[in-house]
Design a protein around this ligand. Structure first.
Ligand code: ZN
Length: 456
């Protein structure tokens, strides 16, 4: 043990302050170091900790953070004091200015939140925080599955708690300042409790089973895990509207009347059987409008925010729905689900290749390797690949958006859709002049101007 401590102390000094003349120190001083470490928990001074993976899991989050700051910097440079020529007739100057301020406020908050989160992650890795939590979890039980669950509950809960202030600031300062927030403090708190409850009810059994598969089936566990995750995502896709949404919102079938007639008439003409048209009380939380599509086959339903019903004409709402129907008719919903299942399988397979390597857990300062520590390290190592997969997904998604818009152009009215998209963007204070590289990395939908161009 002493050898370990000594060696590691040397490494810390050589890495953080250049080469420290450790070997020339007098014996008595070396002895002092020994007694000092004797009283300190040694979990973060294991020599095995400083392997290649240790440095990789420090470098990867840091590089991701720097890349993000660079993209934001590019985006900020796109703003101008005057309304850009391209936006004339599309966005009033006043709204343009407001969207700029809104974007700045959001970026500032996200800067502080990502800096804080990066600092926490790096600190947890360097100081052996994950291995410390692992020790706590191990003190409760000898069962490997229970240890993993306790570990994930502590890590998950802690990360939720430290991010609540950012979420609170976003809702009650920024969103309120721009007139979007309609949420009460009570809704904010109960939303958190409900989402934790869902995470416990769905997430814990799934994580428990995944861990159990690993300890039972060994390297082939990824295949069972894949089956489980796939079954779960198909289940959630089918029952999302019936099981999850009612916990947060009230859904009401769209009543008989001219809007429902117009929607049904369009659906008939497009050869789309549509029984479930609902509206949802989105105005309980925000004045922002939206519409979405969920489920498959007989379960498929279209959901409109009540804010949409208040502020858009019936023709505009039909155009927005026509876009959603376009996604369904062109099989985007199904293809997305299949793609995400394939990506999950690929990820689990990669995970199975490395999870047995003791270097993963060692990099976090733990002496004993485990599934949960392996998962944490893998999550970080995987993030560059996940970034690339995200880029590809976004490219596909942006193409699908154009295709759904084209469906509206061919089957309904492109001018009405253009008008509705413009209204939606202006009202939601969307950034209409994002940097192309920022769009390439982050946008699942093409920016408004590109969509309007294609609709002409
Ligand atoms: Zn769409």
């Amino acid at each position: 043990m002493w050898g370990y401590v000594n060696l590691n102390f040397f490494i810390i000094f050589t890495t953080s302050q250049g080469v420290y003349p450790f070997s020339t120190r007098k014996c008595s001083e070396t002895y002092l170091f020994h007694t000092y470490f004797k009283q300190t928990p040694c979990f973060f001074f294991l020599p095995q900790m400083y392997n290649t993976i240790f440095f990789l899991i420090l470098i990867i989050p840091l590089s991701g953070y720097l890349l993000e700051q660079f993209l934001i910097h590019l985006n900020n440079k796109m703003w101008s004091d005057k309304l850009p020529e391209k936006l004339e007739g599309i966005c009033p100057e006043e709204e343009y200015r407001k969207s700029q301020l809104y974007d700045r406020d959001n970026k500032k908050l996200s800067f502080w939140s990502s800096t804080f989160n990066l600092a926490i992650i790096l600190l947890m890795i360097i100081a052996g925080g994950f291995s410390f939590v692992d020790d706590i979890a191990r003190s409760f039980s000898l069962n490997l599955v229970i240890i993993a669950l306790i570990f994930f509950i502590i890590i998950g809960f802690a990360s939720e708690i430290i991010n609540i202030p950012f979420s609170w600031y976003d809702t009650f300062v920024i969103e309120k300042k721009y007139g979007f927030n309609t949420m009460t403090g009570r809704t904010f708190v109960t939303d958190y409790f409900k989402s934790w409850l869902i995470a416990l009810i769905i997430g814990m059994p799934v994580l428990g089973l995944l861990t159990w598969f690993y300890y039972r089936a060994g390297a082939g566990f990824w295949f069972y895990a894949w089956g489980l995750v796939t079954a779960l995502s198909v289940f959630i896709n089918f029952f999302y509207s019936e099981l999850i949404v009612p916990l947060f919102n009230k859904q009401t079938p769209l009543p008989e009347g001219s809007l429902r007639d117009k929607i049904e008439e369009f659906a008939d003409r497009a050869g789309f059987t549509l029984k479930n048209i609902y509206f949802i009380d989105g105005s309980r939380r925000s004045t922002k409008s939206n519409a979405y599509f969920s489920g498959f086959g007989k379960k498929k339903r279209i959901v409109l925010y009540d804010t949409l019903l208040k502020e858009f004409t019936e023709e505009e709402i039909v155009a927005i729905l026509a876009h959603e129907i376009g996604h369904y008719k062109k099989k985007h919903v199904l293809v997305n689900l299949v793609l995400s299942v394939l990506v999950t399988g690929f990820m689990l397979f990669l995970f199975s290749l490395v999870v047995d390597n003791p270097k993963l857990s060692q990099a976090l300062g733990a002496e004993e390797s485990s599934f949960h520590l392996g998962l944490i390290v893998f999550g970080i190592l995987y993030s560059p690949l996940s970034l690339i997969i995200g880029l590809i997904t976004n490219i596909i998604s942006r193409r699908n958006e154009f295709a759904a818009d084209r469906f509206v152009k061919d089957n309904y009215d492109s001018r009405i859709l253009g008008g509705a998209l413009r209204k939606l963007s202006v009202k939601n204070l969307t950034n209409m002049m994002p940097h192309p590289l920022y769009v390439f990395f982050h946008y699942s939908h093409p920016p408004l101007l590109q969509r309007l161009e294609r609709l002409e």
